[in-house]
Design a protein around this ligand. Structure first.
Ligand SMILES: [Zn+2]
Length: 303
């Protein structure tokens, strides 16, 4: 079957426990049908009508293959509470858990607001969904395995600068070792531009494999050792399921807008598009080099 010729792209979010496979986000059922017609013509095979193709896709494939990206900001706890409420099956324990969850969400919002009023250097960061290249409306490219590019975005509250740290899967992945390496790279850039930096507060979501782990702590400690004028780095996390890094989410939506009408064939093309992105505040694009990924963290990760 034609659809099975198409390679799946990676599921984007570390929180996602979904086993669904995702097709390139540039595809739609109409585009898929057009490609199917061309595919059949090339093979002299009979073409079924679009409504039959759609119904086969919905019945046989839609349960495991999807165009839709998983929602990053859907909160399991809130969703569970909402559904149980609908079924009228809420008990006292559920209510207490939900109340504690909402209090924690509000606390992290207030905490971040308070941080922004201090003189500390506040940086919010998050990894963008994987960007796949080439990005072009050429049907042949949909049959090829695409190159995943990763972008860790940092937002500096002080002057609203966006730091986009880029690398490809050919260099590294997006595991516990890779995110701290990119964060340290962003921090190095920030302290060069802001040499009076003393206290840093990092805000991120509470994804354990990427942000909330001992490799990250070690990376930050190592950074502080080599930059002794930095007195402290405090990591703070959003409550699970509720992003507290909306500034970064906004930068990612600017990137999406900038890339939507464009064709991008290489990581260098991606750098060019990111530099031209429209937003208030500067955009600094950092290309990771192989030696920016710390070997010591790689060793620790394998223990
Ligand atoms: Zn929630």
């Amino acid at each position: 079957m034609h659809i099975e010729q198409l390679p799946q792209v990676e599921s984007h979010y570390c929180r996602s426990s979904s086993s669904r496979e995702y097709l390139d986000t540039d595809l739609s059922i109409s585009k898929l049908y057009d490609m199917y017609v061309k595919w059949c013509e090339e093979r002299g095979a009979e073409v079924v009508r679009k409504h039959i193709y759609t119904s086969i896709f919905n019945q046989e494939y839609n349960t495991r293959i999807s165009f839709v990206k998983p929602k990053k900001d859907r909160c399991d706890m809130c969703e569970k509470f909402r559904l149980k409420g609908k079924e009228k099956s809420l008990n006292e324990e559920d209510r207490q858990l939900y109340h504690a969850h909402r209090v924690a969400v509000e606390n992290s919002r207030v905490e971040k607001k308070k941080d922004k009023e201090t003189e500390d250097v506040i940086i919010s960061f998050d990894l963008e969904k994987a960007l796949t290249l080439p990005k072009a409306d050429i049907s042949n490219s949909f049959y090829k395995r695409k190159l995943s590019c990763y972008n860790l975005t940092g937002h500096l509250h002080k002057d609203k600068t966006a730091y986009c740290c880029l690398w490809t899967e050919a260099m590294c992945g997006r595991k516990g070792n890779d995110i701290p390496s990119a964060i340290v790279k962003i921090l190095k850039n920030i302290v060069i531009e802001h040499p009076s930096t003393k206290r840093i507060i990092l805000w991120s979501d509470s994804c354990i494999p990427q942000n909330k782990n001992s490799i990250m702590s070690l990376a930050l400690k190592t950074f502080m050792e080599s930059h002794p004028f930095v007195e402290s780095i405090i990591q703070k996390f959003s409550e699970k399921g509720h992003s507290c890094v909306q500034e970064v989410d906004y930068i990612h939506s600017c990137i999406e807008k900038a890339l939507k009408p464009s064709e991008v064939f290489s990581p260098l093309g991606l750098v060019r598009h990111l530099k031209k992105m429209r937003r208030h505040g500067k955009v600094i694009v950092i290309q990771m080099r192989r030696d920016d990924f710390f070997f010591i963290f790689r060793v620790l990760q394998n223990i």
